[in-house]
Design a protein around this ligand. Structure first.
Ligand SMILES: [Zn+2]
Length: 142
């Protein structure tokens, strides 16, 4: 499955060879091959600082730390993406009906969204940490 399944070409469009050259093997496996990192593997699980979460593929801002919450799943979880930053597809692999989440800009696979999140959205964006880059907010002047 690829971004082409949505019928729209993502604005950032590279060949798989180009992605392989710019991403780490783990990033490539998740973003381009719909892989899933092991639960608890990402250092972003415990990231509590204010800041922004960007796409590891194309640098698009995807989530704000204000929407991150501790889901207990072992994957970084958010209840709301940045407006227009992500796209979704219904994913029926593994005999389950899940909603796949990808970066709207480069089509990179990020994770899945489940309808069991906290208020106000009730959604749980269950993300692969390796698909994200955390950028801490500048600290206030001392
Ligand atoms: Zn991206």
């Amino acid at each position: 499955m690829s971004a082409a399944d949505t019928g729209t070409k993502p604005p950032v469009d590279r060949t798989e060879e180009e992605w392989a050259a710019t991403l780490t093997p783990d990033q490539f496996r998740v973003l381009r091959m719909h892989g899933t990192e092991r639960a608890g593997e990402s250092g972003l699980n415990s990231e509590k600082r204010p800041g922004q979460y960007r796409c590891a593929g194309c640098d698009a801002v995807l989530f704000d730390s204000a929407t991150k919450f501790e889901s207990g799943s072992g994957w970084p979880s958010f209840y709301k993406p940045v407006e227009g930053a992500i796209g979704t597809n219904v994913d029926t692999s593994y005999g389950m009906r899940r909603v796949e989440v990808h970066c709207a800009q480069c089509g990179g696979h990020l994770g899945h969204v489940f309808p069991d999140g906290p208020r106000p959205t009730g959604e749980r964006y269950c993300m692969n940490g390796v698909a994200l880059k955390f950028e801490p907010a500048p600290s206030p002047p001392a």
